[in-house]
Design a protein around this ligand. Structure first.
Ligand code: DX5
Ligand code: ZN
Length: 224
């Protein structure tokens, strides 16, 4: 399972899907070839928005797992350590916590792995890469936010491109690099060339007239 985090993939974010028909919207992108589905969990504290919790992850997990896919769960919440087991029990395959939300990051990453999921850490746009000088030795994934977290459909922050380049040089090869926010067919190739291998795409997939076609177009943009 760890290997999937090192593949070059477009990772659709269901944040921009129709929450009234999540199973169908997930089936659309998976039938178009998606293998990793990104789930944005927001608590109204760490970020202004509120989205979903473990019951919804549990409800959508079969649609992903039955098709051979994996769930990439991005926790934009305070005290994520309180909810790790619930999200793993609900079917999360990888769980990413924010560096800014974890006082005891080593402990929280270990907790994710002990619960049976792959462990990721996310950095807000203004958080330096160098805050991971120690954690880079014990993470499976680093998520570089290329918008301020909280909402889909925001504009890509241009300095994120250089941050991705520096991240690829700074992190061990086994650590996957995910970019999240403002990814589109226009910048996907550049992001992959900069070192991102997991490209989260919300609005550019589910905001398109046909999410399957949009997924295929993004995948083609990165040579898939
Ligand atoms: C933003 C979320 C993203 C979001 C990206 O806080 O973490 O995963 O879904 O959406 P787009 O691709 O629309 O910028
Ligand atoms: Zn996200």
């Amino acid at each position: 399972m760890a290997a999937i985090l090192n593949e070059l993939l477009i990772t659709p974010s269901i944040l921009s899907a129709d929450f009234g028909r999540l199973d169908a919207d997930i089936a659309t992108v998976m039938d178009a070839g998606a293998r990793l589905v990104h789930v944005d969990v927001m608590d109204g504290h760490f970020v202004p928005n509120i989205t979903i919790g473990p019951p919804v992850v549990k409800a959508i997990a079969p649609a992903v797992h039955e098709r051979g896919g994996a769930l990439d769960v991005h926790l934009m919440i305070e005290h994520p350590e309180r909810y790790i087991e619930a999200f793993v029990d609900a079917g999360s395959d990888a769980i990413t916590v924010h560096q800014e939300a974890c006082v005891h990051l080593h402990r929280t990453l270990a907790q994710i792995r002990e619960a049976g999921a792959l462990a990721g850490v996310a950095l807000n746009p203004a958080t330096p890469l160098e805050t991971l000088s120690e954690a880079r030795a014990y993470v499976d994934l680093v998520l570089i936010m290329s918008v301020d977290p909280g909402f889909g459909g925001q504009r890509f922050i241009a300095t994120s491109l250089d941050k991705l380049r520096r991240a690829r040089a700074y992190l061990p090869d086994v650590v996957g690099i995910e970019v999240d926010g403002g990814v589109s067919a226009a910048n996907a190739a550049e992001l992959a060339a900069a070192g991102a291998n997991l490209l989260v795409a919300g609005n550019s997939v589910y905001g398109a007239p046909d999410a399957g076609d949009a997924f295929r177009e993004l995948t083609a943009a990165i040579g898939g």
